[in-house]
Write a protein of this length. Structure first.
Length: 271
């Protein structure tokens, strides 16, 4: 079995020579929290699948039950148009897998995620992904990669908050949505389809996220725990609500792009 996810190599790639000074117990803990052995076993067993088929296999592997409301609101795949699908991001794992499976199956695989570039390490996900690195050396290429996605002949699936949801005033809610999906949807005349995904991570995760966001802003510590959170959510039922498409002409000059992004975010949470 090949190791697709190799924590030792990831640390070496990120830290260089400093990686050898990382205490062994820390490395073992990272491998455990990332479920290195379990993830690699699944990736090996599903290595013959890619794109939508791989995403559907992930849904089965994670024993997810999807309660889909408003499936009839998905535009006809043969209408000749392209759409921007936007969703809240409560989990950071299952939500992306599930929505990719739904959209991919409905549109015969003709969609692309805008995702964190680390996810390109997953071979099955790579064919339907455009990797975005907002903070590393590729950050200057961020606008170009987004542009390439919207110029393509694929539907776009985005999580406009960027990061997964936090616990804010006792409620699970996204961080403020970015405006990119508004400006690009208008530029390329794509109607926007709002989707709400119901779910939440553990209280431990939100405590870590709160600490990380407040005191360690340069490193998203909470992201280290997302795989562990995914395994904690195995076997659960998630409600997915799909709203009616919002015509791109809606996003006129009566509001700024940021205000329109908030408008769509509110629409999503009304679902």
């Amino acid at each position: 079995m090949e190791k697709t996810i190799d924590i030792d190599k990831i640390l070496a790639g990120k830290m260089g020579e400093k990686a050898k000074y990382m205490p062994g117990f820390v490395v073992r803990w990272l491998k455990s929290i990332a479920h290195e052995d379990e993830v690699n076993a699944f990736l090996w067993e599903s290595r013959h699948l890619s794109g939508t088929e791989w995403l559907a296999e992930c849904v089965r592997y994670l024993k997810m039950t999807l309660d889909i409301v408003g499936l009839e609101n998905l535009p006809d795949k043969n209408d000749g148009r392209l759409y921007t699908f936007v969703s809240n991001h409560p989990l950071g794992g299952q939500d992306g897998v599930a929505l990719g499976s739904i959209i991919g199956q409905h549109y015969d695989g003709r969609f692309r995620y805008l995702v964190n570039d680390l996810l390109l390490n997953l071979p099955g996900l790579k064919p339907v992904s455009i990797g975005i690195n907002k903070t590393g050396k590729q950050s200057r290429d961020f606008p170009r990669m987004v542009e390439a996605g919207f110029q393509s002949n694929n539907h776009i699936l985005m999580f406009p908050a960027g990061l997964n949801s936090r616990k804010i005033d006792g409620q699970i809610h996204d961080l403020p949505w970015k405006k990119t999906f508004i400006s690009k949807s208008v530029e390329y005349r794509r109607d926007v389809v709002p989707i709400h995904f119901g779910g939440q991570n553990s209280e431990r995760f939100y405590r870590i996220a709160r600490f990380s966001d407040r005191y360690v802003r340069k490193v998203n510590i909470a992201m280290l725990f997302l795989v562990d959170e995914m395994y904690k959510n195995v076997g659960k039922t998630f409600r997915v609500a799909i709203g009616k498409p919002i015509p791109w002409q809606t996003f006129d000059h009566s509001k700024t792009p940021m205000e329109w992004a908030k408008f769509v975010e509110d629409r999503v949470y009304e679902l």
